[in-house]
Structure formats: structure tokens, C-alpha cells
Design a protein around this ligand. Structure first.
Ligand SMILES: [Zn+2]
Ligand SMILES: [Zn+2]
Length: 343
């Protein structure tokens, strides 16, 4: 098969690779669309230690089942599917509780680290266990379905933070996850939905994603603006989708007393933390990692047009041109958000 292979750090090649064969419990999926994730773009230079070459990256994908292992039930060649980015074991303490994102032997597709190498979906075919598959609703195109993963991450964070109808909500960071958060917060009935970023075209996208107010924090004092928009009390729910000191600090300071903060971004592994704000205002702070069980709901919301991937897709391009698109994303070309590759 053809695949986009990370041959060495920062060097991608579109070349022949062995076609993966399914084990008895696995299916082989013919990939029709696979999104480039920020973690692929950052990781391909070796800085995260999670994209060790040689590797086929890619974990946001959709396609058609091409072969099934002999113990697979309920799935057939021709089924249109997407799959979780995480392969969980289904048996550990966490999986048994349904906390599959916390699985003890979690493997992420398209990742290689010290513990494992799991080839991903920037290829004609990928093999995955049947338990991580989800059926695509009618009418959801593959390019849209490939974005279900980031939407599921956003929906999971909104649930962690217990955002509900009528809550004043803030999203810090209008990247892919932040824009998904804006859509998910709007879906649960939050108002206002205030999105903060430092890039104007991201904020313009946020308006298409349900933001009622946007704030460019490079030009304005975001905390004061949020307080003005919430009668001085702060937001019921704040979601942080960057992960550096300044943005986490804003998320914590803009939450009302007793409010909730979901921490999703983690660009920096550790940060300075406004401890007194968190303690004296009795904030509820939730870490939120990946997703667990939100895929079916997300697919349904995509099919009903409630979650909207279209504004987030900057380009759909052939997998053969993948190296060029990775390069453009790495150089942070203005206006580029999600790029979807098609084998
Ligand atoms: Zn991702
Ligand atoms: Zn497990």
C-alpha cells in the first residue's frame, strides 16, 4: 500500500509500506480521509518523544471496512466507519469503569514512544480492533467524520466541566479544540459563549462556531472584558485549550466563585499556577483528556448539523501531497487550521 511515512524527524515520504493484515479480532479499514492533528505537526520534530520514526502517523480518520478478522461480529466489508484514536484494552480497572481514555495499556494510533509503536491512518489501510469502531450515519461525508475525534475531545471537556443550559461560558484558545468547545458549549445551551484568542481570523471562525462574543487578548484586557460581559461575577464555566501559564491563569481568574474550569490544553508540561485564586474562590478544576464514549453522540450531532466541521476544514488534499501540507502547517501559515488528507 501507499503510506505517508515519517522516515526520520521532520522528513515525510509518500512511499510503499507493508499492507497491515487484521488479526482475528481486528478489521482492516480502507482510509478515505485522515486529518492532520496539531500533535502530529509538533511531534514530528522529535520534541514530544511520541513520534519516533519510522512511523505512519494519523489518528483522526474515517473509511470503509475492507477486510474483517475471523472472530469479528457485526461488521462487514463495505461498512462506513470511524474509530477512536485510542486503542484501549477493555479489561483493566479503568476500562471496566468505562474510563477508556485512562486505560492502563492505552495506545494511540499513529504514535510511537518508549512503550509502543502503533502505525496510524496516513495510509491506504489501517488495522484496528473491532471494539473501537463506530458506524458513520448516512449523509456524513468521510472528511467530516474524520473530525469526530477533536469534537469528541471538546464534548468530553464540556461534560467534565458540567456545563449546562444558561451557563456563561468562556473558551481560552481558538484552535481546533477551542472551536469545537465553542460549538459544544453552544449545543448544551450556554450563553454567552465568549472565545479568547490572539489571532483575528481564528476569532472570526469562532463566531461561525457559536461564539456570542470574541476577545483578542493581544489588544484588550481579556479578564476585564469577560467580567463586563458577565455582570462582574465571571463565567460559570471556563475551558482552557492552550496550556501555558497566561492562558490557564486567565481561565482560572475569569471563572466565577464556585465555577468550573476544564483544562484541556497542555502545550507546556508545567506552569505557574494561581493557587490562591483556585483555593479562595473554591473553583472546581477538571483535567480532561481525549474522550470516552462521546463518539456516537458526536456522530449524531454531526449528522444533524449541530456540530459543524465545515468551517474548521481549511483544505482537503491528496495524501501524496501530505509532506507539503505538514510543512505549511509547521510554518504556521496564516488561515490554516484543519487539513484533511485523502489516500
Ligand atoms: Zn489529535
Ligand atoms: Zn484498559
Amino acid at each position: 500500500m501507499k503510506a505517508l511515512v515519517l522516515q526520520e524527524y521532520n522528513r515525510l515520504a509518500f512511499e510503499d509500506a507493508p499492507t497491515p493484515e487484521p488479526n482475528p479480532e481486528e478489521v482492516q479499514v480502507s482510509i478515505k480521509a485522515c486529518g492532520i492533528c496539531g500533535s502530529d505537526v509538533h511531534g514530528m520534530d522529535g520534541s514530544t518523544g511520541r513520534r519516533r520514526p519510522p512511523l505512519i502517523m494519523g489518528h483522526e480518520a474515517a473509511g470503509v471496512i475492507s477486510r474483517v478478522g475471523k472472530n469479528v461480529t457485526g461488521w462487514q466489508p463495505g461498512d462506513r466507519v470511524t474509530f477512536d484514536s485510542t486503542i484501549y484494552c477493555g479489561e483493566c480497572e479503568f476500562c471496566v469503569r468505562g474510563e477508556i481514555n485512562l486505560c492502563e495499556s492505552r495506545r494511540v494510533l499513529g504514535v510511537s514512544c518508549e512503550e509502543y509503536r502503533q502505525h496510524g491512518a496516513f495510509a491506504e489501510f489501517v488495522v484496528v480492533p473491532q471494539r473501537i469502531l463506530y458506524r458513520l450515519p448516512q449523509g456524513v461525508p468521510f472528511e467530516h467524520a474524520s473530525l469526530v475525534e477533536p469534537f469528541a475531545i471538546a464534548l468530553h471537556a464540556v461534560k467534565r466541566a458540567q456545563a449546562k443550559n444558561g451557563d456563561a461560558a468562556v473558551v481560552v484558545g481558538a484552535g481546533m479544540i477551542g472551536l469545537g468547545l465553542a460549538q459544544a458549549l453552544k449545543h448544551v445551551g450556554c450563553a454567552p459563549v465568549i472565545v479568547v484568542d490572539v489571532v483575528d481570523d481564528r476569532l472570526a471562525l469562532a463566531e461561525k462556531c457559536g461564539a456570542t462574543h470574541t476577545i483578542n487578548s493581544a489588544r484588550k484586557n481579556a479578564l476585564n472584558s469577560i467580567l463586563n460581559l458577565t455582570q462582574g461575577r465571571g463565567a460559570d464555566v471556563a475551558c482552557e485549550a492552550v496550556g501555558v501559564t497566561a492562558t490557564v491563569e486567565l481561565a482560572l481568574r475569569c471563572a466565577r466563585k464556585g465555577g468550573s474550569v476544564a483544562l484541556v490544553g497542555n502545550v507546556a508540561p508545567s506552569i505557574a499556577f494561581p493557587l490562591q485564586t483556585a483555593v479562595t474562590r473554591e473553583l472546581n478544576i477538571f483535567g480532561s483528556c481525549a474522550s470516552r464514549g462521546e463518539y456516537p453522540e458526536c456522530l449524531d450531532l454531526l449528522a444533524r448539523g449541530i456540530l459543524k466541521p465545515a468551517p474548521l476544514i481549511s483544505a482537503v488534499a491528496p495524501l501524496a501531497e501530505g509532506a507539503v501540507w505538514f510543512d505549511r502547517l509547521r510554518r504556521k501559515e496564516p488561515g490554516l487550521l484543519k487539513v484533511v488528507l485523502q489516500p
